[in-house]
Design a protein. Structure first.
Length: 501
């Protein structure tokens, strides 16, 4: 078979399929270590791709986020630390860009601003009308017009330090339904679907993998059947007017036993590519955490002489089943477990989770007490065992109606397991086991190299700290008028107690 060399300059590949041309956007899996006292204690993970904005093109790396509704990039006028660490969009340097108000009118004196809150972090932004292309054009070559759209975007004049300063991605490309955007003109996929004349479906798909030998990608204009192990099972989006890609959850099972929490019929799950964990409605998360946690000593690979050799993803723990209309979504320990076992008293950021309530910190942080061998005194002076436990990647979700209170966030653990297709026109979600290495090896009855214990994996702990780019409902976005020069100053440490919006 001939090998086709693809230039790294092109971050978009046009592929012909039975449904027409697909736009393929390669996604980079970024792992950012979280350090405490000089030691890596966890990692944050994101998937991002490239796009260009304006003419001449200004290139940015953005999270392709199904849980939010806007294209958000740092503005050249932003002085926040999170902005200064990244590439910044300059509307004055673009011949195709125009500073606008939220209604599309050109700025004349006072400028509209908006505050948009996420599960972790928030942005204060102004607006621009601009040409956006899912194609990197560093060489000055012609950009295929079918990869470009005219869309309104949010230019951030303030960005919270977390999570934006800790990642290499510059901003967010929201792929939520139209209801999440301030207006249809702010919705990237709505603009793409209405402006594109080329054949193709009004749908996009995500193929995500943690295996470095495979490439994750976003496909626009259809989906690739070769990336799915089974025919797609389609389910209608629940409450599409809210803007979230969410399905009704009919039942939750652990080890084949149905739990009572969703028997009332009011559970829903948001498919969110900007979320690194599984978000579980509080206080149900505690029950689920207890059922899916097991002692380190129960693992066959347990070795007291070398604690770093233990890999919790190999644990014989119960399967988690999430039943949606027409399909049971099943996650095994290889998909939902943290790799490294933790002591019972270690409190990861999963204790705070996603909330619309006031929080002492805009971003939850990992908290860990000093370690000692055997037992050690806690704050009350009593002994605490050093026994370690394998724990799942779960986070509590505390959101009020109408989005909550029984809202699950179906993030990276599930989206790497299942190939997910988002049908914009019929407002449906298609699901199938993804044709990635882990799923193929599991089906073949072979242990996955991705979770095998080896010397290389023993050298470094790869826990995952959470990132939630789920946009809070549009009703919480606040518009205001302000002179363009009157940008708010960067938050200091004392301002961290401001409530999330």
């Amino acid at each position: 078979m001939a090998t086709i060399m693809i230039s790294q300059i092109l971050l978009l590949v046009l592929a012909q399929t039975a449904s027409g041309s697909l736009l393929r956007v390669p996604l980079r899996r970024e792992i950012v270590p979280v350090r405490r006292k000089g030691k890596v204690v966890s990692n944050k993970i994101s998937f991002s791709g490239s796009l260009s904005v304006g003419s001449p093109p200004q290139v940015f790396r953005v999270v392709m986020d199904t849980g939010s509704g806007h294209l958000i990039l740092p503005s050249s006028s932003c002085g926040s630390k999170a902005c200064l660490l990244h590439r910044q969009y300059n509307v004055s340097a673009s011949t195709t860009g125009t500073a606008i108000n939220a209604d599309g009118s050109q700025v004349d004196g006072l400028s509209d601003q908006v505050t948009i809150g996420f599960g972790t972090g928030q942005v204060l932004g102004e607006f621009a009308q601009e040409k956006v292309c899912l194609y990197r054009n560093d060489t000055g070559g012609e950009v295929p017009e079918r990869s470009c759209v005219e869309v309104r975007m949010v230019t951030a004049v303030e960005m919270s330090e977390q999570p934006f300063s800790t990642f290499n991605f510059d901003g967010i490309l929201g792929l939520g339904l139209q209801g999440l955007a301030l207006s249809p003109e702010f919705s990237f996929f709505e603009a793409w679907a209405s402006q594109q004349g080329a054949p193709g479906r009004k749908e996009f798909a995500f193929f995500l993998t943690e295996d470095e030998r495979e490439e994750s990608e976003l496909l626009i204009g259809g989906h690739d059947a070769a990336q799915a192990l089974e025919p797609l099972a389609w389910s209608p989006v629940a409450l599409p007017e809210m803007g979230f890609w969410q399905l009704q959850i009919k039942a939750i099972r652990v080890g084949g036993v149905e739990l009572d929490f969703c028997r009332s019929g009011d559970c829903r799950g948001v498919f969110d590519t900007g979320t690194s964990h599984l978000g579980i409605p509080a206080p149900f998360d505690k029950e689920l955490l207890k059922l899916m946690t097991l002692p380190e000593a129960s693992l066959r690979s347990f070795e007291t002489s070398n604690p770093d050799s233990v890999d919790c993803r190999l644990a014989e723990a119960p399967a988690l089943q999430i039943e949606v209309p027409g399909m049971n979504l099943t996650l095994e320990p290889a998909h939902y477990m943290r790799k490294q076992p933790l002591r019972k008293d270690v409190r990861l950021s999963e204790t705070s989770g996603v909330s619309a309530e006031t929080s002492p910190e805009p971003v939850r942080r990992l908290r860990q007490s000093k370690q000692a061998a055997g037992t050690r005194p806690n704050e009350t002076g009593s002994a605490v065992s050093s026994e370690r436990f394998c724990r799942p990647r779960l986070m509590p979700v505390k959101l009020p109606a109408p989005l909550g209170p029984k809202l699950f966030l179906l993030g990276e653990p599930l989206l790497q397991r299942y190939y997910t297709v988002f049908d914009w026109q019929s407002q449906q979600i298609g699901l199938s086991l993804a044709a990635n290495r882990l799923n193929q090896q599991t089906q073949a009855g072979r242990p996955s190299k991705a979770v095998s214990v080896n010397k290389k994996s023993q050298q470094r702990t790869k826990q995952v700290d959470e990132i939630f780019l789920l946009q809070l409902p549009k009703s919480t976005a606040k518009l205001s008028k302000i002179l363009p020069s009157q940008h708010l100053q960067e938050e200091d440490d004392d301002a961290a107690s401001r409530p999330e919006l």
